[in-house]
Design a binder for this molecule. Structure first.
Ligand SMILES: Cc1ncc(C[n+]2csc(CCOP(=O)(O)OP(=O)(O)O)c2C)c(N)n1
Ligand SMILES: [Mg+2]
Length: 551
């Protein structure tokens, strides 16, 4: 039986195991929407294409199946750009479908015409226009493969509206398996012999593609080999924060860990490279021999020396490591656990808050309560801004797929990512941590939680300013705050207007009971935390636990 290209696209997505598409409708891709009408795929109707794109990004990051977002031509595509950029920089699998003008209207500046390749060509793994309806299935299969293969990322597919209604093939195209890259025994022997002679090795993990088994096995192995493990910025859920965990590198990181990076004599990166964020702007961690485990040859976002590169996903690499407790002696060499233990102790001290002495809610104390009260399988989502730093520092991760945060620092991600996470994991507690600026960039997507019956908790840190930028202004233009003030509404009342649970919290001691009420409400909830605009994130200076094992 023949079917239209638009309908076949939906069937193809079903074959790939896609559970949800995140969409803002447009008349340019009606035939795909019509195909979704009878599909088991849930069409999550969003309010802004940026929000839809961020939700799809969360889907890709939390499930491993590329997130799917559908938008219309010019205006819709423009709104979706932020998610494509985030998926590109963060290396997250995403497929963006964009409805396009009819083929006959091209190059005439017709209504909503734009250049798909011109807009997305520099920030997507591939931009494909479906000009031949007979290739609809094949092109979707290719996009799904490409988005998830090697360094994951976004793929953009343009769908001219007249092509969508033309007959396509009767059956879906074959799926393409994604190669994981299995390291050879010789490569592993080389890695292990370098680790065996290092006195102060440090593993840095990041990127997508981690699962519970991989994270746990790596941490057990590293512990038995006496090697500390740090995470990349906003990749804190790659591994559980157990006894070999050393904290994170990047904005807000501990000075102690930065000093340990300077003192390391071997670096092993798994799933991420040495980026500017992680190396304090290309200034740290460049000297030691460097081993790099990435699933493609390009080493995108890694800077500086590479002594050995292994083409592998984190899962395949960790599976190839010697079993914990058995062969790890050959990797441990004569190294004691002093270096690893010192870094872990540094991290524990760093993650212990102290009262900040400011007015309003003390975020260190509040996040200490959150750490205690949230269940271990919680999912945390963040956007950008200072407000996130308290969460990064005081909230731990024990499971994979428990974090969605923009490694490219894109504001507005927290709410849509939380809405998507609570659809994906309805049994888990999902908490968005956002500044007042970040929150209002995509807060409208909370309406999707009501439409879909999910129940995230949103914590809005209201300091009345774009605080991160104020902090930069204080450093570079003291006394001349400019362009950084905001006027806020009653966010709790705003949440209640949807039928959700909303509370204003103005004192630290009121946070815990408010949190418990919000968690037990089982509906979308918001805690509006009034905080002191003078209080910037806590100092990154903390006393080193053992000066003898590092500089
Ligand atoms: C989409 C986007 N626009 C602008 C910025 C620049 N920026 C980075 S942090 C920040 C301020 C964030 O303010 P808020 O969410 O209130 O958090 P705060 O720093 O006050 O805690 C801005 C404007 C950005 N990173 N992303
Ligand atoms: Mg703010």
């Amino acid at each position: 039986m023949t079917q239209s290209a638009g309908h076949l696209i939906v069937k193809q997505l079903e074959a790939h195991g896609v559970r949800r598409v995140y969409a803002v409708p447009g008349e340019s891709y009606l035939d795909v929407l019509d195909g979704l009408h009878d599909s088991p795929i849930d069409t999550v109707v969003c309010r802004h294409e940026g929000g839809a794109g961020y939700m799809a990004l969360a889907e890709g990051r939390l499930t491993g199946t590329p997130g799917i977002v559908m938008v219309t031509r010019g205006p819709g595509a423009a709104n979706a750009m932020i998610a494509v950029h985030t998926a590109w920089q963060d290396a997250t699998a995403l497929v963006l479908f964009v409805g396009l003008i009819p083929v006959a209207d091209r190059e005439r500046d017709s209504f909503q015409e734009f250049s798909l390749a011109g807009w997305f060509g520099s920030t997507a793994k591939r931009v494909i226009v479906l000009d031949d309806p007979l290739r609809a299935g094949e092109i979707v299969a290719e996009a799904m493969h490409l988005a998830a293969s090697g360094r994951p990322g976004p793929v953009v597919i343009g769908l001219p509206e007249d092509v969508l209604v033309q007959p396509a093939s009767a059956t879906v195209a074959p799926l393409r398996p994604v190669a994981s890259g299995i390291p050879s025994p010789a490569e592993m022997a080389q890695v292990e012999s370098q680790l065996a002679t290092a006195k102060r090795p440090l593993i840095v993990v990041g990127g997508d593609g981690w699962d519970n088994e991989t994270g746990r096995n790596l941490m057990d192995w590293a512990h038995s080999a006496h090697i500390p493990v740090a995470t990349d910025w906003r990749a804190y859920d790659a591994v559980p924060h157990s006894a070999a965990y050393a904290g994170w590198l990047g904005y807000g990181r501990a000075d102690t860990l930065a000093a340990r990076l300077d003192g390391a004599d071997l670096l092993l990166y798994i799933g991420c490279g040495r980026s500017d964020v992680q190396s304090d702007g290309y200034t740290r961690g460049f000297a030691p021999p460097t081993l790099l485990v990435l699933p493609d040859t390009s080493a995108t976002m890694h800077s500086g020396r590479i002594d050995q590169q292994i083409l592998s996903t984190p899962a395949a690499f960790v599976a190839a490591l010697s079993t914990p407790g058995t062969a790890s002696g050959s990797v441990r060499g004569t190294r004691t656990d002093a270096w690893m233990a010192a870094l872990h102790l540094d991290q524990q001290r760093f993650a212990t808050p102290h009262p900040d002495g400011g007015i309003g809610v003390d975020l260190g104390m509040a996040f200490h309560v959150l750490e205690r009260e949230l269940p271990g399988d919680r999912v945390l989502t963040y956007g950008a801004g200072n407000a996130t730093i308290w969460g990064h520092r005081y909230l731990s991760h024990t499971q994979a797929h428990s974090l969605v945060a923009p490694r490219n620092g894109a504001m507005g991600l927290s709410v849509p990512a939380a809405v998507a996470a609570s659809l994906i994991f309805p049994q888990r507690t999902v908490v968005a941590v956002c500044g007042d600026g970040d929150f209002f960039m995509n807060s409208q997507e909370i309406s999707v939680a009501f439409a879909e019956g999910s129940a995230p908790l949103v914590i809005v840190v209201d300091n009345g300013i774009y605080g991160t930028i104020v902090q930069h202004q204080r450093a570079h233009y003291p006394g001349r705050a400019s362009g950084t003030a905001m006027t806020n509404p009653d966010f709790a009342a705003w949440m209640r207007s949807f039928g959700g649970h909303g509370e204003l919290v103005e004192r630290t001691e009121d946070f815990e009971p408010a949190l418990l009420r919000a968690l037990s409400s089982k509906i979308p909830a918001l805690l509006h935390l009034r905080t002191d605009p003078e209080t910037m994130p806590p100092s990154t200076v903390n006393a080193s636990s053992n000066a003898e094992v590092g500089p």
